[in-house]
Ligand binder design. Structure first.
Ligand code: SF4
Length: 267
């Protein structure tokens, strides 16, 4: 789907950045019902290749729904699989990989390159290929309670647009909407191996999705001796192997993702 779009009145293509989480899914479905002041032209999903299975299942359901009901397209772009690319780098089969914000024994984080390389880059490449003479109004699903995550775009052809904030919509009313309308509610969308996951996330994940939790633990073991670092690397802020952490205590002080990717991860 790389045909160039004709110049639109107003000069903007309206594109929904879809993460298949609660906010961006709500934004998409409401937009298709005409609840915002613009109408989206298409949605785009940057696939990092390692979302949990439940995200992919939900995404496929959503993609089919909007195609069948609204004849609306969701485009998938990808730059590869963060998990397998990282393992190949660690095993010396790749010369470079975009780094995850892994936690080091010294207490620092490795510089985060994954958002840019696996999320933003493929999205922008596609937008550049199709926008023709238009600029892009990029719809980002951040609700009012997270408005500190709003950012200006750093490229001239993209204007970031926050319709949920414009309409003062909070996450509570979004969750209510899923219940009232009997719409299946998506779970958190973010890479399975994201070092920003909180204890609360891992605790629930371990209980509900033990096979995928093991996959994350195996990955965590594999990155311990990440190349060219002076200290060991971990996924967890506890600087311990994920498989050894006791998540039985209650109430993490940290929200699910304590830092997120440019408004493009965990949506
Ligand atoms: S969810 Fe985490 S691992 Fe995935 S791209 Fe964002 S910061 Fe990187």
């Amino acid at each position: 789907m790389n045909e160039k779009k004709e110049k639109k009145e107003g000069g903007f293509l309206d594109v929904i950045s879809l993460g298949a989480g609660k906010q961006s899914t709500y934004m998409l479905l409401q937009a298709l019902e005409g609840k915002f002041k613009y109408k989206p032209d298409f949605a785009i999903f940057s696939d990092t290749g390692c979302e949990p299975d439940y995200v992919y299942s939900y995404f496929e359901w959503l993609k089919d729904l909007v195609k069948t009901k609204y004849n609306f397209d969701v485009i998938v772009v990808s730059e590869g699989n963060i998990l397998t690319d990282t393992l190949e780098y660690v095993n010396g089969k790749k010369k470079r990989v975009a780094s995850l914000p892994l936690r080091l024994g010294s207490g620092c984080l490795i510089m985060r390159q994954c958002t840019n390389d696996y999320k933003i880059k493929p999205l922008r490449q596609h937008l550049q290929a199709v926008r023709g003479e238009n600029k892009i109004r990029l719809w980002i699903g951040i609700s009012l309670d997270e408005m500190e995550r709003m950012k200006e775009s750093n490229v001239k052809y993209i204007k970031n647009y926050y319709p949920l904030i414009e309409k003062q919509i909070r996450i509570d009313s979004i969750v209510d909407w899923y219940k009232k309308t009997n719409t299946p509610e998506p779970m958190k969308s973010a890479c399975l191996i994201c070092p920003f996951h909180s204890d609360a996330y891992w605790k629930r994940f371990k209980k509900v999705f033990p096979k995928e939790f093991k996959k994350a633990c195996d990955f965590d073991d594999a990155i311990r001796l990440y190349p060219n670092l002076k200290s060991k690397a971990y996924l967890s802020k506890h600087l311990k192997p994920l498989k050894e952490i006791d998540f039985s205590y209650e109430n993490s002080l940290f929200p699910e993702l304590i830092e997120e990717c440019e408004g493009l991860c965990g949506l």
